[in-house]
Design a binder for this molecule. Structure first.
Ligand SMILES: [Mn+2]
Length: 316
């Protein structure tokens, strides 16, 4: 086969091995796409997120050697850590209930396998089956990075939109609390939604506060020592850093703050699952958004496994 260059071969996430039979996953991290964007009210297109993120990610593939980061002077994701790409869960065109049920089943299989599920949306409705799919991992504190609160009641009889996931997730028995970071912008959510989220017990940190606090200050607001499920809506980032989205908003976080925060979260407790949603690549002719998404995923996977590495070394 010759050299395994990024431009050759089959386009899996990070060029990691493909395992599409979810009953046979044996890995430390399992990447899965949920290409569903039928819950979006305005700009659809995030169904193409997983495909474009995979394509962008191949450029960075480093295989068993892992990734050296000169800023942290660490090598991440090197062997023997095993990462696999499980492809996409099945979706049912036009049927949100069937699609989310399919997604939940897939996420549960990954969680049961012992791998850390890493999920690519799709619109933010896919976080509902992600959160319910990891119920078997025990109680979890949810950390949401987003421009929007996503605590709406939905539209008419439709309870699932990309503006409702956090309300659904708050009702799950295994969810013990929530830190919501990055909220901002005119019309992001109603005053009543904010009041209800606060009354439920959510800690809401606006985009302006987040930039002021920095990663260290933000981490102090996260309850320590918990299992965390982290949901990254790419519109948490400033729209100039990630314009290919269903609902881009200015005044957001930049990559360095986000990366420092994700690294700190891994030290604060145990990240058991994360998802990254809302990349709609067709609105970004530069291709920067799926590229940013791929790099955020690789960094976060690296930070998570680095902490597990340190734990193992301390035990020996
Ligand atoms: Mn969202």
């Amino acid at each position: 086969m010759g050299y395994n260059l990024p431009i050759t071969g089959i386009c899996s996430f990070g060029k990691y091995p493909i395992v599409t039979d979810l009953d046979t996953v044996k890995a430390d991290v399992a990447v899965l796409g949920i290409p569903c964007d039928i819950a979006v009210g305005f700009l659809s297109g995030s169904r193409l997120g997983p495909r474009r993120i995979r394509e962008a990610s191949t450029q960075y593939a480093r295989g068993d050697a892992g990734f050296y980061d000169p800023e942290r002077d660490e090598t991440y994701l090197a062997a023997p850590w095993k990462i696999v790409d499980c492809g996409d869960c099945g979706i049912v065109t036009g049927d949100i209930d069937a699609t989310l049920a399919s997604a939940e089943k897939c996420v549960r299989k990954l969680a049961d396998s012992g791998a850390i599920p890493v999920i690519m949306g799709g619109d933010h409705s896919v976080s509902v089956p992600v959160a319910s799919g990891i119920a078997g991992l025990g109680s979890a504190h949810v950390i949401q990075l987003d421009a929007h609160l996503d605590w709406s009641r939905g539209v008419g009889a439709q309870r699932y939109t990309n503006g409702t996931p956090m309300r659904h997730i708050s009702q799950m028995n295994h969810v013990t609390g929530m830190t919501q970071i990055g909220m901002r912008g005119f019309g992001s959510s109603t005053k009543a939604d904010y009041a209800e989220a606060r009354a439920w017990g959510s800690d809401i940190i606006t985009g302006r506060e987040a930039r002021k606090l920095g990663a260290e200050g933000l981490l102090e607001r996260v309850p320590p020592g918990r299992n965390y499920y982290v949901t990254i809506d790419m519109d948490a980032l400033d729209m100039c850093q990630a314009p290919g989205l269903a609902s881009p908003v200015p005044g957001g976080l930049d990559f360095s703050l986000l990366a420092d925060l994700l690294e700190g979260i891994c030290r604060r407790g145990k990240v058991v699952c994360f998802d990254l949603v809302e990349v709609a690549p067709q609105y970004d002719p530069t291709g920067a958004t799926p590229r940013m998404a791929a790099l955020i995923m690789l960094h976060f996977m690296g930070f998570i496994l680095k902490e597990r590495e340190k734990e193992k070394n301390e035990r020996h």
